[in-house]
Design a protein around this ligand. Structure first.
Ligand SMILES: Nc1ncnc2c1ncn2[C@@H]1O[C@H](COP(=O)(O)OP(=O)(O)O)[C@@H](O)[C@H]1O
Ligand SMILES: [Mg+2]
Length: 259
């Protein structure tokens, strides 16, 4: 089976970003229904960095993640995972890249109800016929902190525990990058904090690269830097964010944080 690792990757610099875009645009519809969801976005997601993306509803956050992850075709410009430009791949190569190099976490946990937590974590690799790296898997499972509950089914777990299983599943194949779209959107603040701590530890202790969309200043404060999107453009960024500073910045943009 061809792996994306077999595809030549021209090196651009000494430390290529885990993912980046070059003048990335995405337009939906035509004529009266034409929407520019992304407007020539240049962005880099450095390796081992936890980036949060914030912005009003409809500012293009989900579209950016979908285009970066090859789930949605770009209208103009390029999206790279490592040094692989996504539009250079055929469907089969893109599928392989998504499977091996990209992890996803969505607001809905998307776990299979008939499988245990552990089986859910290893499912993508089982489907792909890949042997998990046992040492890595052990680290992921230790970090997810489910202890005795690894044999439980999703219905026997709290929302926060289920989302941690979904995060562990995304981490298990040791992808180049994880995209998380409002992963704490359905959780109370306590469960959300558990999920965010787990994501934070995977960056700090395992060197994972994470891009997370959130509208919650507390969630954003777990990241290393925040990018602010408005009308399909990156309009600001903040390193070492705190809840207070993020909140201040959100107020500065047309008055209203996203409802
Ligand atoms: N599949 C689609 N078809 C048409 N328009 C879309 C589609 N997906 C998103 N859009 C539009 O693109 C813009 C950005 O959407 P989105 O990326 O979902 O924003 P966000 O995640 O920041 O709320 C919005 O105006 C939205 O209505
Ligand atoms: Mg969205």
């Amino acid at each position: 089976m061809t792996s994306v690792r077999d595809i030549p990757r021209p090196r651009v610099g000494d430390a290529p970003a885990a993912a980046r875009s070059v003048h990335l645009s995405k337009v939906y519809g035509e004529g009266d229904t034409r929407v520019v969801a992304l407007d020539a976005v240049d962005v880099e997601f450095p390796r081992g960095v936890f980036t949060a993306i914030m912005g009003p509803s409809g500012s293009g956050k989900s579209t950016l993640m979908h285009c970066m992850a090859g789930l949605d075709a770009v209208t103009d410009g390029q999206a790279y995972i490592g040094d692989t430009e996504l539009s250079s791949l055929n469907d089969r190569q893109l599928t392989t890249l998504r499977r091996d190099e990209i992890g996803f976490v969505f607001q809905a946990y998307n776990l299979l109800p008939t499988l245990t937590a552990l089986e859910n974590i290893t499912l993508p690799m089982d489907i792909a016929g890949r042997r998990p790296d046992q040492a890595w898997l052990t680290t992921v499972i230790d970090t997810v902190g489910l202890g005795q509950r690894l044999g439980h089914r999703p219905s026997e777990l709290s929302g926060g525990q289920q989302q941690r299983v979904a995060c562990a599943r995304a981490l298990a194949s040791r992808p180049e990058i994880i995209f998380a779209d409002e992963p704490t959107g359905n959780l109370d603040s306590r469960s959300g904090a558990d999920v965010l701590s787990f994501l934070r530890r995977s960056v700090k202790e395992m060197g994972q690269t994470i891009v997370m969309v959130t509208h919650d200043p507390v969630a954003a404060s777990y990241s290393d830097r925040v990018l602010f999107l408005a009308d399909g453009r990156i309009v600001d960024s903040m390193t070492s964010p705190t809840r207070e500073r993020v909140l201040e910045r959100m107020k500065a943009f047309d008055g209203q944080p996203e409802a």
